[in-house]
Design a protein around this ligand. Sequence first.
Ligand SMILES: Nc1ncnc2c1ncn2[C@@H]1O[C@H](COP(=O)(O)OP(=O)(O)OP(=O)(O)O)[C@@H](O)[C@H]1O
Ligand SMILES: [Mg+2]
Length: 373
Amino acid sequence: MTIREGLQHGKENGLAVEHLVKRFGPLVAVDDVSFSVAPGEFFSLLGPSGSGKTTTLRIIGGLTVPDEGEVYLGGERITYWPPEKRDVNIVFQNYALFPHLTVFENVAFGPRRRGWPERKIREEVTRFLKMVHLEGYEGKYPRQLSGGEKQRVALIRALIMHPKVLLLDEPLGALDLKIRQELQLELIRIQEEVGITFIYVTHDQGEALTMADRIAVMNRGKILQIGDPKTIYEQPVNRFVAHFIGNTNFFEGQVVKVEGGMALVDVPGLAQIWGVPVGEVRAGLPASVSVRPEKMYISRHPPKGGSFNVLQGIVEDMIYTGVSTEFIVRLPTGQQVRVFAQNISKDAEIWKITWDEKVWVYWRPDRSLVFVE
Ligand SMILES: Nc1ncnc2c1ncn2[C@@H]1O[C@H](COP(=O)(O)OP(=O)(O)OP(=O)(O)O)[C@@H](O)[C@H]1O
Ligand SMILES: [Mg+2]
């Protein structure tokens, strides 16, 4: 789908934002942001602190009015509608439960205001509490809950109203790693079960890769790339995205030539490295070559035959993690590279590598990317 078709689709069925701009004085917090989200999609806004994620979410939720641009939901233009008129709900990082109400009454709050019959309220609250494994918690107060439990309550309190779109602003951000990972999986399951569109804000790239159907990477108010996790990881459109998602080694140099769909970059004091050019790569331009640690080989011997980018260095550190070993190799320029090697067999040649040993690091040219921006 092209961006135009996607926007059209979002405009008619799901959610779409078009050319959103929000300024705070001289600062452009949201700078011409457009995307569309299909019904039932799990869409993530990912970016570093201050990139404009929350502001974008607040515009969709109706808590902030944009200076320019439009918001469409289910075929209607809702840009200037008040929050309570929109079929949208928000879950924030800090729970925001009513402290004086029990778990049951917190979840029943929205349905009561809408005047649902008592029996339906009881049934639905029970069903949703079960969904997040909080049966038996009905009578507890928020102060008696752990962070993870509070966040589960906040989540179902929003879900029970069956909004068309649920906006989640770093909902797991305040939780420790183990609980966060548990709830990530739970959220994916619940989202599939209820079929509500999720727009999930996070600055944690691992979280976005694990959870989202599609990710929009933001920086300084702009969307740099929209794509599914695999595309964002394997085909980043610029240096920022390559750096922000996952682990990457970068080599800085200058483009020597572009030939047969590949670019050759001279890295001073190190080597000439081939890679796949991304964007307007031309001879003479300064460039960064990126290569992911898991796409590289490490050996005590140079590669036999085949066409590889080859570097030599000294093993500075080895970190064994069970599934893989991470090698930190220092190159003649002083730069370090990280190489991940899968732990396939305990007899492998790779186990003979030790600290301070001279090694070869090499990879296929089509595994590295050349960026000029
Ligand atoms: N009400 C406001 N008044 C002035 N500046 C604001 C306001 N809200 C946000 N900003 C600024 O706009 C920029 C984007 O803020 P936003 O909260 O959208 O970022 P974010 O991507 O959600 O960051 P974080 O990951 O830290 O939550 C920031 O530079 C922020 O300081
Ligand atoms: Mg934020």
